[in-house]
Ligand binder design. Structure first.
Ligand code: NDP
Ligand code: TDO
Length: 305
């Protein structure tokens, strides 16, 4: 049995990883997060919970010495892009320094580090991007994720980077929402929403992303992999498709361009990923966006939301 340590296991991706791995006889799962577990109680037999604040260098080392994981899947991060812009010190600590501590720990335990990164390392001027695109972030969050990638690339440990895009899904007690949940809730409440038509993304179902990370782990793969959805869409397209699927009022969706938003952090316009490398080397096979909405819809019904 291989030991896998998951950081940020209360987050959307973290929860999907625990869900997929908890009954896999090949892996012993150590789910970690800041504070207590918010994972569903009936999963408890399939993993061990460990409190781990990745910004605490000492705690990182203690946990690695205790667990001695074969793999780390590092999902924890400061993921609110506007908060990163306005609180750069906290963002540096969580998105860069923590990666430094984890690399150091992986060096001492021989752990394969699987890191999560983002389309926001790119300028958005020339997407969609393959793994060889030249990074040039337009906001602080993207800059910190790029620096974290560079730390890994300069290290001597075994590493892989899974880059992803606009993740959507449903998990317990979520700390951030996502486009489908936001559109569905707003339209159900009869609220008008302004949705941009000049950003392009390849939105990613959280289960697909988890599967991509697991494929990297199973194959012991190293290097950079684009792990995103396959449909190249604007948020306006995504909102309209969501309304269509759930039979909601599309007239509440107002098509706008990004210039009307006054957000602290600039967003790159055209990102999105070419995923051929992951498809051919890992056997990665993501769902279409429409199928992703269908999967989410079933989960929403089951959760009685
Ligand atoms: N969501 C997206 O659209 C995208 C995400 N990514 C990347 O994918 C990864 C996973 O994202 P996702 O699951 O969606 O994000 P979430 O925000 O859902 O999860 C991130 C988790 O990290 C935890 N965390 C934050 N700080 C610490 C800390 N100091 N120690 C331990 N845990 C901490 C959070 O804890 P708490 O729940 O308590 O706040 C949260 O559970 C991230 O690295 C992100 O940068 C990349 C592209 C797109
Ligand atoms: C809130 C809002 C968003 N949008 C659009 C813009 C944007 O592309 C999309 C999602 O907006 P958000 O502000 O929630 O998400 P945002 O912070 O842009 O999402 C990012 O998160 C980080 C963690 C990543 O790594 C990226 O891949 C990326 O997807 O929805 C609107 O059109 N209108 C709105 O009122």
């Amino acid at each position: 049995m291989k030991k896998v340590l998951i950081s940020g296991a209360n987050g959307l991706l973290g929860q999907k990883l625990v869900q997929k791995l908890k009954d896999n006889p090949n892996y012993q799962v150590y789910a970690s997060g800041k504070g207590k577990s918010r994972l569903p109680e009936d999963w408890e037999k399939g993993y061990q919970w460990i409190e781990l604040d990745v910004t605490d260098a000492e705690q990182v080392m203690e946990v690695f010495e205790k667990v001695r994981p074969d793999f780390l899947i590092h999902t924890a991060a400061m993921t609110n892009v506007d908060d990163c812009e306005t609180n750069k010190t906290a963002c540096d600590l969580c998105n860069i320094e923590a990666v430094r501590y984890l690399i150091h720990a992986c060096e001492s335990t021989g752990t394969h580090f699987i890191h999560l990164s983002t389309d926001f390392i790119f300028s958005g001027e020339d997407g969609p991007y393959d793994e060889d695109g030249v990074p040039d972030p337009v906001n602080y969050y993207g800059m910190t994720k790029l620096k974290s990638e560079q730390l890994l690339q300069a290290s001597q440990i075994k590493w892989a980077i899974a880059r992803t895009v606009l993740v959507y899904g449903l998990a317990a007690d979520m700390s951030r929402s996502n486009i489908i949940l936001w559109v569905k809730k707003s339209l159900e409440e009869g609220k008008t929403i302004q949705v941009v038509n000049d950003q392009w993304r390849t939105p990613t179902l959280a289960e697909d992303l988890a599967e991509g990370c697991i494929l990297i782990m199973e194959k012991g793969a190293t290097g950079i992999f684009n792990i995103s959805g396959k449909d190249f869409l604007t948020p306006y397209d995504m909102a309209m498709m969501t309304a269509e699927y759930f039979g909601l009022d599309k007239s509440l969706i107002k098509e706008v361009d990004s210039s009307i938003f006054k957000q602290p952090a600039r967003r790159p316009l055209k990102t999105g990923f070419i995923i051929e490398k992951a498809q051919s080397q890992l056997g990665y096979s993501p769902k279409s966006f429409m199928d992703g909405i269908g999967i989410l819809s079933k989960q929403i019904k089951l959760a009685d939301l």
